[in-house]
Design a protein around this ligand. Structure first.
Ligand SMILES: *Cc1c(COP(=O)(O)O)cnc(C)c1O
Length: 409
């Protein structure tokens, strides 16, 4: 037996089924026209943002990292909740623009920005989080050619990282950002060349659950920003994007971030900011924390079979929509996400089964050796924590399968 991850709050049983927003899994599937289906709950996103704002200092702006889920209705909903949007490609720029988001609220990070992406961003007035000296210079010359003053921020590769973070994106040699010691010279050169100087982005990692580690890292980010601002020598930093890092519980034993503690520590730091940061716009950028738990992936059991004493529930879904839940998106050891039989929600777990997808590869697993209520062909399986890096980060066309349906409720 292998344990399942914890089911997020706010999912109840109704008529023996998983209900989302008061509607049962079968009703949602009927409304969408079939499975596989992602259901995203507005209510969960609203509550999450409300909790975050209640815990964090008022002064902290909250940005949405679009790569977590860029489906148009989700983006449109987030447009009413977040203070800013962080994109990582020209494709995401098109998506936020189509969703009616003001480009002045958008910043663009990510290595390997092509000239046409820089052009589109500068034309729209998006802030560029420059990832290299070369990129910053290209942005300047494109701005000159277009007759537009580029909004330039610098993404810093810090000399520390977020402890316990699932994905390390700072500390040591990295393709992301510019090594901290080289930042002041580049910032001065950009300001001297007439860029609209927008400050710094310091992203240190992702998927951290330890509030102490998050608070410590945020303190280190503020200290580094202060040091860099003093070395740049232009007074107050216009903006500091402090990165994100708040994670969600995916696996057995994971516990939610102690938001109150993070908020309290940040408030203490904000109460004693150095001059360089006193008037600075401060923000964090979050993806999975804002939308991850708001999404549930529903698929249908199409076959039930035994092999050498093990039971297999074969679904019409799989890693082509749920690469991360299958254990193939940046995990070393495969562990089970929170998974349930949606049409027998709350029933006693009385059999050990393997839930697999419909792809002809042994990688396509949704739950290994999981204790579940006995399920039959036609039952629905729910995979939780599917709101982030599900549809947006899975190879939907693998084996000719195509994308899942999506529904925002
Ligand atoms: C991926 C990414 C995020 C979002 O990460 P989450 O873990 O989803 O919160 C934020 N900022 C940057 C720079 C990123 O690359």
């Amino acid at each position: 037996m292998k344990p399942l991850g914890p089911i997020p709050d706010g999912y109840a049983a109704k008529d023996g089924q998983l209900a989302i927003g008061g509607r049962t899994a079968r009703e949602l599937v009927a409304e969408a026209g079939g499975t596989p289906l992602f259901v995203y709950s507005r209510r969960h996103m609203d509550d999450r943002m409300a909790d975050l704002r209640a815990a964090m200092p008022d002064r902290l702006a909250i940005h949405y990292a679009v790569k977590a889920n860029a489906w148009r209705p989700v983006l449109e909903h987030m447009a009413g909740l977040a203070d800013g949007f962080d994109i990582a490609s020209g494709g995401e720029l098109a998506l936020v623009t189509e969703a009616g988001i003001d480009p002045a609220l958008v910043s663009f990070a990510g290595p390997g920005k092509r000239d046409r992406e820089l052009e589109a961003a500068i034309e729209a007035g998006v802030t560029l989080n420059c990832e290299s000296e070369n990129e910053a210079r290209r942005a300047l010359s494109i701005g000159e050619r277009l007759g537009r003053q580029p909004r330039i921020a610098i993404r810093v590769n810090p000399d520390f990282e977020l402890r316990g973070s699932g994905m390390k994106m700072g500390g040591g040699a990295k393709p992301f950002g510019i090594d901290a010691e080289r930042v002041p010279a580049l910032a001065r050169a950009m300001i001297a060349a007439g860029a609209d100087w927008r400050g710094l982005q310091i992203f240190t990692g992702s998927q951290a659950l330890d509030a102490e580690a998050i608070a410590e890292t945020q303190g280190n980010v503020l200290d580094l920003a202060d040091r860099l601002a003093r070395a740049i020598g232009q007074g107050t930093l216009p903006r500091l994007n402090m990165g994100g890092g708040l994670g969600i519980p995916y696996f057995a034993g994971d516990t939610p971030v102690d938001l109150a503690l993070v908020g309290k520590r940040l408030a203490e730091r904000f109460a004693a900011l150095p001059d360089t940061l006193a008037g600075t716009q401060l923000c964090i950028e979050l993806g999975r924390y804002l939308v991850g738990e708001a999404g549930v992936y529903l698929c249908e059991i199409v076959d039930r079979k035994d092999s050498h004493g093990e039971t297999y529930l074969v679904t019409d879904g799989g890693l082509h929509h749920q690469l991360a839940a299958s254990g193939n998106f940046g995990t070393v050891v495969r562990r089970n996400y929170p998974v349930a039989i949606a049409t027998r929600f709350g029933e006693e777990a009385n059999e050990e089964a393997n839930v697999v997808g419909c792809l002809c590869t042994p990688l396509d697993r949704l739950a290994d050796k999981a204790m579940l209520p006995r399920a039959e062909v036609g039952d629905l399986v729910a995979v939780f924590c599917a709101g982030a890096y599900g549809a947006s980060a899975s190879p939907a066309s693998f084996l000719g399968q195509g994308p899942a349906r999506e529904l925002l409720i």
